[in-house]
Design a protein around this ligand. Structure first.
Ligand SMILES: [Zn+2]
Length: 64
């Protein structure tokens, strides 16, 4: 059986981003993206999904 050369391990110059930071950035993008919305906007759908999940404990107590 032929021995396969090992691939070089990937080296990261910068450490991977913090997941929490990425989530906050994505939420900020979703909240601010509205100026370019078209009917059926996928970012609006994504925001509605996230909003429903995050605000579930406060259902009925927040104004929309
Ligand atoms: Zn939108």
């Amino acid at each position: 059986m032929e021995e396969r050369a090992e691939l070089p391990k990937p080296r990261f110059i910068f450490p991977p981003a913090d997941v929490g930071d990425v989530m906050v950035e994505q939420l900020e993008f979703s909240l601010d993206h509205g100026e370019a919305c078209t009917p059926g906007c996928l970012d609006c759908k994504r925001l509605a999904t996230v909003r429903a999940a995050l605000l579930r404990p406060f259902e009925g107590r927040l104004r929309k």
